[in-house]
Design a protein around this ligand. Structure first.
Ligand code: DGY
Length: 323
């Protein structure tokens, strides 16, 4: 019988990541396409001291009570709203995430999704593929200007700052932001961004991009009331987390053209998507891929693996959340 610590990789990951972990642990892997219910996850974790998770695996008090040997959960994500950190700390279980390695890649995508939304890229592609294009015309899929317009950012962490830099320095945008706390003057200067209150952010942004972490305190922070304060010509892009936006209220506002368009990479209850969003034309929908380049996803998974190795072999993780 092996005396090496046992861990679970709760999702299918790159073979290189499995190999790195197998040098240290007995590893249970997960086949492509497989996800576990909470009960199945608890069952698979019996006898395991570590688990590599994604946002789809919830580590909460119920799971922790069923898995007393667990010492660490290493999330392959910078967001960690799937972790109940308080319960983990109380059970002596460390959580880790993958900051920094995905910042610029995710900022690229956030900016691209905002642009695709403003310039109606998927809506016009569907039109073309359906064989509906009969002539060039002046107002065919005329969208909203990006360069020189006002970019609003809600949540000004590393990724928000990356989007701000792209807007201010690459596209000559006026950048305003709102955040729990104001950035220092030097960081604001480097991002070309100005701090405003939430009301001003909603009222002034031509393109509002959401990049804040999810917590129950920000559940549906963008709902019908907030959308009503936006310009009717504005766009809304969410690369943060589902649940930050009230998807039903957004779908209705899009249908009634109370804002021009939305770009959504994340959804409440994903991978399910609110059915009303699937039937409005002025929304660009992507399946939670903002950090998805091969290089970045490899770096994220390797950092999660290195957290497991460092903590379980030396007692010191690289990017701990609750040390
Ligand atoms: C993150 O890193 O939080 C991304 O959203 C992937 O889950």
């Amino acid at each position: 019988m092996s005396t090496r610590p046992a861990i679970l990789i709760a999702r299918d990951v790159f073979p290189e990541v499995v190999e790195r972990l197998q040098a240290h642990f007995d590893v249970e892997t997960t086949a492509p396409g497989v996800t576990r219910t909470a009960q199945e996850l608890a069952q698979s974790l019996q006898g395991k001291v570590g688990v590599m998770t994604t946002g789809g695996e919830r580590i909460d008090a119920t799971l922790l009570a069923a898995c007393p040997q667990l010492k660490i959960a290493a999330n392959i994500a910078v967001g960690y709203n799937n972790f109940d950190l308080e319960a983990m700390t109380a059970s002596g279980v460390l959580g880790t995430n993958t900051p920094d390695v995905l910042t610029e890649t995710t900022a690229d995508f956030g900016f691209a999704l905002m642009m695709a939304t403003a310039r109606r890229m998927t809506e016009s592609e569907h039109f073309l593929r359906a064989g509906l294009w009969k002539q060039w015309s002046l107002d065919l899929f005329a969208g909203a200007e990006v360069h020189g317009s006002t970019l609003g950012i809600l949540g000004m962490g590393r990724i928000g700052q990356g989007i701000a830099r792209r807007g201010a320095h690459g596209f000559g945008m006026k950048v305003i932001y709102h955040n729990r706390s104001r950035l220092d003057a030097a960081t604001e200067g480097a991002c070309g961004a100005r701090y405003v209150g939430m009301e001003e952010l909603l009222a002034q942004a031509d393109h509002l991009v959401l990049v804040l972490p999810y917590s129950p305190a920000v559940h549906h922070i963008i709902g019908a009331t907030e959308i009503a304060k936006m310009k009717p010509t504005a766009t809304l892009t969410n690369i943060a987390r589902g649940g930050i936006v009230d998807d039903a209220a957004l779908a209705l506002a899009l249908r009634e053209r109370r804002i021009a368009a939305a770009g959504l990479d994340v959804f409440e209850g994903e991978p399910a998507v609110h059915p009303d969003l699937l039937t409005v034309p002025n929304v660009v929908l992507t399946p939670h891929i903002a950090s998805a380049t091969l290089k970045t996803r490899m770096a994220m998974a390797m950092l999660a693996a290195d957290n497991l190795i460092a903590y379980l072999t030396e007692g010191r993780a690289l990017t701990p959340l609750n040390p």
